[in-house]
Structure formats: C-alpha cells, structure tokens
Design a protein around this ligand. Structure first.
Ligand SMILES: Cc1ncc(C[n+]2csc(CCOP(=O)(O)OP(=O)(O)O)c2C)c(N)n1
Ligand SMILES: CC(=O)[C@@H](O)[C@H](O)COP(=O)(O)O
Ligand SMILES: [Mg+2]
Length: 637
C-alpha cells in the first residue's frame, strides 16, 4: 500500500496550487508522517518542522514561489519546504556529508532564496528582496517566516522599524509556538501571549475559525487595509505602532483557514504581519509533550520515542558538561558569579545551574549582542559575569566584544562552546574563526584546552583574572582526562612541554594536541601543549625555534590569522629565523558531516599531519593534505 499517495505526486509547489482544500489537508497528514519517519532515520530538527507543515503548504499554495521570495528564519523548520520543492529524495542524506543541508542554502535550490542558520535575519533579507523588486519594477511578493524565539532578537526589530518606514511590500508571518529551543523568554514573549488571550481569541483550535468568521468580505477587507485601520482582531498592537498591519492570531494547523487568510493578505500591499499560532512537535505526542528534547534529535525509533540509553559504564563528560559542572562549583564558591546565555540553556550545559542558581542566571533570548553588553554592565558593578556562548553565535556580538568589553578591560569570562569543527549543522554553525577574531583584541586572554581537566582549570584561571578571558572548546567529548574537583588555576601564558624530540617541534593549540602527540611519537618530534593563544609562551617559543629546524603549529581554527600566525608574528618581530608550517582549517567555509569527516577534510588527522611534515622536511608542499601555510623565514627553500 502506498503510504504517501498524494505526496508522491508533488515534486514542485506548482502542483500544490491546483489541490483542493481537502487534498491540502490530506497532504498535511502525509507530509507530517513522512517527516517523522525521515528525521527519525537521519536525525535533525524535528519539533519545529512538525509544527510548520500546514504553514509551509499554505504559503506555497497561495504564493507564486520561487518568483515570490520566501525567506525562512533560522531555517531549521524548512524540511517540509525542501520536500515540497523537489528535494524529497535527498532527505535520506539530510545533514550528512555532501547531502542535503539542514538549512536553506542558495546553491541548493532556487526556492531557497536566502542562506540561513543564524536566527532573526529573515525580515531584513525579505525586506531587501522587497525593496530590490520595487527598484527593478518587478511584481514579486516577499514573505518572511519568523518564530517567536527569533523575534526576540534586535535584528528583527531593526528590520521591522525600517520596513514600517519604507512601507515596503512585505509579509511577515510570525510563527508563535511559545517556544525557543527551551521555553521562550522575555517581555516580548509575554506580549505575544497577551495577544492570544485577547477577548476575540479564545483558544488555538477554536481561534482560527473565529478569526475567519470575523474577517470581512474581500472588498471591506481591502478598504480597511487601505485606510490602515488599526488591528482587525486585536486593536492597537505593537506591530502596528511599527507600521505593520497586524492580522491574527490564527490557527497554524488549520490549513484551510491559513489558505483563506493568506489569499486575502496576498491582495494587500505594504508591511503586513500575520500572527500564526502553532504547536512545536504537532502531531507527534512525545514531541508535543517535550518540544525541547525533540528540537534537535539523533536517529530514534518513533514508536518508542527518545529513550535514554542504559549507562553501561560511566563515560567521560563532554566539554559542555565539564563547563556546566565547573559553573555550579564556582557559583557555590563565589556568590558574585552570574551566568548569561543567549537562548542556549541546554546546548551550553546550563540546565542544572539554572535550576540551582535561578537568581544568578539570565537567559536573554536570542540576543547575543545584548548578552555581551549586559555582561559588560554587570562587570562594572563588581559581580562576575560568565557568558556561555557558541563560537558561531559569538560572531554576532563582535562589536560588543571589542567596544563594550575588551576596550574597557572588563572582567567577563567567555565559555565558548562548539569551537573548531562542529558537524552536521554545516558552515553556518562552524566555530572556525574565534581565535582569529579574538586574538587581535588587546586585553584578551585566550585559552585552548586540550582535555577536560585543563578545560576546568582554564575556566577557573579566566574567572580569576581582572580582564576579559575566553576558554574555547569543541563540541562533544575530549580525550577523557577526568576533571579534578578543586578550583585550581593555571599559570597564565605558560605552555606545557609534552614530548622532547628532535628537529621538528609541534606546537598544538587545544583539541589537536591528542593527534599531535601521535605524530610526535611517529616522527620523534617535540610536542608542546601551548594552552594559551594569548598571551603566548614566548620564552618557550624562542627556545623551540633555537633548538629545532622546523616549527609546526596545529590548531582547529582557520590558519588565516589564527594561533599559528601569532607564533609567526612573534618570531618575525624578534628577527628569529626558522622554517614554519601552519596547520589548521583551510581558507574555505566548513562543510557538513561528522566531526571526523570534517577533520579529515581539513587535514587535521595524525596521518595527514605526519605526511605534511615529512613533505615539508623534503622541501615539498602537500597538494592534497592539510591546509597549510608555509612561512620560510630562512629563505632557503
Ligand atoms: C543568532 C542565533 N542564536 C542562536 C541560535 C540557536 N537557535 C536555533 S533555533 C533557536 C530557537 C528559535 O526559536 P523560534 O524562532 O521560536 O523557532 P522554533 O524552534 O520555536 O520553531 C535557537 C535559539 C541561532 N540559530 N542563531
Ligand atoms: C538551529 C540551531 O541553531 C540549533 O538548534 C543548533 O542546531 C544546535 O546545535 P547543537 O546540536 O550543537 O546544540
Ligand atoms: Mg518558537
């Protein structure tokens, strides 16, 4: 029996447009069932996708995509969109090396109008498309679909502020499921909730029908819009103050209702905001009950749901867990500690801390810029802020790091998770650049732990300093060095000699120390655990340069401007001539895949490093090997 008879006939949104409402309902059911089965096999962002099935179908049914621009915010909810736009066959390779991306990607399909992954960009991008079309005299609609979590970011409001002023032809669909990854936070979230409890909206399931019943006939609808009557259903919303006509709230799981509302909105011009209410995980009971656990999943059996595997033997903690434990211990020891997360409580290892120290915990929403400046302000009072943040999301707070923290030498500790090679989320979530963009900043101390215990000790070290400090560590587990229980700092700027060898010295920064030691054994090379990118252990570097013919730096950051560059700069400044080989991430954006695959691609394996060194010793470069830059200060080669 064919499980997906209608879905099987759909290879492009064009075919959706001729379906009846009854067929759209059937399609919703089939698509949801397909999504569940597919993501349960591959893993991925499940709950958000289950919640946007009807919305995706309705938007593609009503609008003329890809001629009309549809922009998804974050894009973690775009799987139904991928399936309906001819990529169903690729779902088996979702987020796998060389497979379908987990987010919209411009070179994957013309329906993916904008590359996303980081949140709250959709309104700006769709506004750009609306204004571009206007400038070119094109009749094209622009639609941004943004979640309530993504709506907490400043960027979304910067775009709304501009769109309202431009009177641009833009439809913003606010997909409100009252969830970010964890429960959504903030006054904006409370405001959205208040719109749902308004007198004319009494419950999600009934609500859509009521909204539609109250929708005036088309002519009246248009007249009201033209006159910019404030709020058809809920009078005087914040969005209207920003220049948008607000419609809703409507039931985002009622595909017939959605189609009707969207058709009406299609006929209107100017900035419009449609407030759609959905349930994260809709249609799959375990995900509805625990949308946070089902936000991002590995493969699982949908019959059983997610089950925690019985602990065969005590396993070593992930770096995230090491941080979470350290944070609780340090908070117990020092009541000045305060922790900040920009909406990443689970991923950053803060669940236990948030429960135990609620008064010293701030989830600021998806607001990295604010998170950093808030930390700066807190530091001015004498409390001790710790910002837990992914490397990739720290990029959004760069000016705040420079201007609000480093320049003022404020003692803020950054616990930077997902640094280096990350995995299936691909280039949008890679942590390739943080060493480069932090090490150029005066006043910063930057640490790269090579194991779990060192991570804990570096966190203590950074916490005790009277200046900004960062500890950057990778996703997942380290080599398994159990963290000590105390709160012991390390000497600042001191590297650790791990192996004495001849001719070649390998200077490893962070996670690549393990493979560097392997290479050291093979080649009888000296191996140093550098620990600090800033300040560097310059005395040791000088000695290594004097005692070896070749210095090899290894890091899981881009080679450009990375830790190896710092070593080279120092030696150049001192006029010390030595051959160098810099190994690290190449000058391209990371792909998607497992961490192992991506490390292999980057040449960050023991084999590739050994090969690169041997070739270098023979005076050759490695064509297929690691991303290397050779700086030969001797002029001999
Ligand atoms: C700048 C940035 N910060 C954090 C994240 C991590 N992140 C991805 S999805 C998400 C929650 C988004 O919530 P919402 O927009 O409401 O979408 P939902 O998952 O509820 O559908 C977060 C915090 C991100 N992708 N980008
Ligand atoms: C879409 C998004 O930005 C997050 O859900 C991210 O995928 C989480 O990554 P981790 O799984 O590494 O926490
Ligand atoms: Mg949400």
């Amino acid at each position: 029996m064919d499980t997906y008879p209608l879905l099987d006939t759909i290879t492009s949104p064009e075919q959706l447009r001729s379906l009846s409402v009854a067929e759209l309902k059937q399609l919703s059911q089939e698509l949801r069932a397909f999504l569940l089965a597919s993501v349960a096999r591959t893993g991925g962002h499940l709950a958000a996708n289950l919640g946007t099935v009807e919305l995706t179908i309705a938007v593609h049914h009503v609008f003329n995509t890809p001629e009309d621009f549809l922009v998804w915010d974050v894009g973690h909810q775009s799987y139904a969109h991928k399936i309906l736009t001819g990529r169903r066959g690729g779902m088996d390779k979702l987020r796998i090396k060389d497979g379908l991306a987990g987010f919209p990607k411009r070179d994957e399909s013309p329906y993916d109008t904008f590359g996303v992954g980081h949140s709250s960009t959709s309104i700006s991008a769709a506004l750009g498309m609306a204004l571009g079309a206007r400038q070119l005299g094109q009749e094209r609609k622009a639609i941004a679909v943004i979640g309530d979590g993504a709506m907490t970011a400043g960027m979304a409001f910067e775009a709304m502020n501009h769109a309202g002023d431009e009177k641009a032809d833009l439809l913003v669909i606010l997909n409100d499921n009252n969830m970010s990854i964890s429960p959504n936070v903030g006054a904006m979230n409370r405001y959205l909730a208040s719109l749902l409890t308004g007198p004319l909206y009494s419950g999600v399931r009934e609500g859509s029908k009521k909204v539609l019943d109250r929708m005036p006939p088309m002519r009246e609808f248009m007249r009201r819009a033209e006159e910019h009557v404030k709020g058809m259903i809920v009078p005087g919303t914040l969005f209207e103050e920003l220049g948008f006509n607000y419609y809703g709230p409507v039931d985002g799981h009622d595909v017939a209702g959605l189609v009707k509302v969207l058709r009406n909105l299609h006929a209107l011009e100017g900035p419009l905001l449609l407030h759609v209410v959905t349930k994260k995980g809709f249609g799959y009971e375990p995900a509805e009950q625990d949308p946070c656990a089902y936000h991002g999943v590995g493969s699982f059996d949908p019959e059983q749901g997610l089950v925690s595997k019985p602990n065969k033997k005590p396993s070593s903690p992930t770096y995230t867990e090491v941080f979470g434990q350290w944070l609780c211990d340090q908070a117990m020891a020092d009541e000045r500690l305060v922790a900040i997360t920009p909406a990443m409580r689970e991923g950053s290892g803060l669940v236990s801390y948030a429960e135990r120290f609620p008064d010293r915990y701030h989830d600021v929403g998806i607001a990295e810029q604010h998170a950093l400046t808030l930390a700066g302000g807190l530091a001015c009072t004498g409390v001790k802020p710790v910002v837990a943040i992914y490397s990739t999301f720290l990029q959004r707070g760069y000016d705040q790091l420079v201007h609000d923290i480093a320049l003022q030498k404020l003692p803020v500790l950054f616990a930077i998770d997902r640094a280096g090679v990350v995995g299936p989320d691909g280039p949008t979530h890679a942590g390739s650049f943080d060493i480069s963009f932090m090490r150029c900043l005066p006043n910063m101390v930057i640490m790269t732990p090579a194991d779990e215990n060192e991570c804990r000790r570096m966190l203590t070290t950074g916490y005790l300093l009277d200046q900004p400090a960062a500890v950057r560590y990778p996703r997942g587990k380290g080599p398994g060095v159990a963290p000590e229980s105390g709160l012991l700092p390390l000497p600042v700027g001191k590297a650790e000699m791990r192996r004495n060898g001849k001719e070649v010295a390998i200077l490893a920064f962070g996670a690549p120390l393990t493979i560097s030691l392997e290479v050291g054994e093979r080649l009888n090379a000296t191996v140093v655990n550098m620990r600090f990118v800033k300040p560097l252990d310059t005395q040791l570097i000088q000695e290594l340069a004097e005692q070896h013919n070749l210095l090899v730096t290894v890091e899981d950051n881009v080679v450009a401007g990375g830790a190896g560059s710092a070593v080279a700069e120092y030696l150049h400044q001192q006029g010390i001539m030595v051959s160098m080989l810099h190994l690290g991430l190449p000058d391209r954006f990371q792909g998607q895949g497992s961490r192992e695959e991506l490390l292999e691609d980057a040449g960050l394996t023991a084999n590739a490093i050994a090969e690169a060194i041997e070739l270098r010793l023979q005076g050759k470069t490695c064509a297929t090997g690691p991303a290397s830059i050779i700086s030969d200060q001797t002029g001999k080669l």
